[in-house]
Design a protein around this ligand. Structure first.
Ligand code: GLN
Length: 190
């Protein structure tokens, strides 16, 4: 059973941990570089990417996270976590940095403000799922090595590049563990 960390600086950590356990992984909270070393893979939760970035800097986690992603650790980012895994962002705050890893441009808060949160039925990698969007980003553009796993209208909302997975939406809030199962399988296969 793979051990998958959930980055626990900020955001909906507990919901991801529950979904990972339901999908057949052992979930642990990761706040420190030493904890990051112990996991096979990492989930970066939804929350607020600007806060997460600042806390990652304060906790001296930015470089260790970048290094592990660069060295091929599987990672899954939902919403704010998608922003963290993007090589390029639009509408970030001044100086906002990401970890990067996925060759894509993500637009922060693209679907509107908090009041514009919505739910929608989507096809994710061939599976029908219900997606919850909360002040969500969308993917403006992707590089040639990025596989699009889900879209709503002409907006890309889920992608994969090798061991890295990202969704604009929050599967951890629905009780449907299929996106987490997809990630756990990806971790097992690598
Ligand atoms: N808008 C948030 C951000 O910029 C993301 C919202 C979310 O994770 N639900 O990080």
């Amino acid at each position: 059973m793979p051990t998958i960390g959930v980055l626990a600086l900020q955001g909906d950590v507990r919901e991801h941990a529950h979904a990972l356990e339901a999908a057949g992984a052992t979930a642990v909270a990761v706040r420190r570089p030493g904890e990051l070393e112990t996991v096979d893979a990492l989930v970066i939760p939804g929350g607020e990417s600007t806060t997460m970035w600042k806390l990652a800097h304060t906790f001296e986690m930015l470089e260790p996270l970048r290094l592990r992603v660069k060295n091929g650790m599987p990672a899954y980012g939902s919403c704010a976590g998608m922003i963290m895994l993007a090589d390029r962002i639009e509408d970030g705050i001044a100086g906002q940095q990401t970890l990067g890893g996925i060759d894509m441009t993500v637009r922060r808060n693209a679907f509107g403000r908090q009041v514009d949160s919505f739910e929608e039925d989507l096809t994710f990698a061939g599976r029908a799922i219900r997606a919850v969007f909360i002040r969500a980003p969308w993917v403006e553009s992707v590089g040639p090595d990025v596989e699009v796993l889900a879209s709503t209208g002409d907006r890309i909302v889920a992608v994969r590049q090798g061991p890295l997975l990202a969704t604009s939406f929050h599967p951890e809030l629905t009780g449907d563990t299929r996106v987490h199962e997809y990630f756990v399988n990806l971790v097992r296969e690598l």
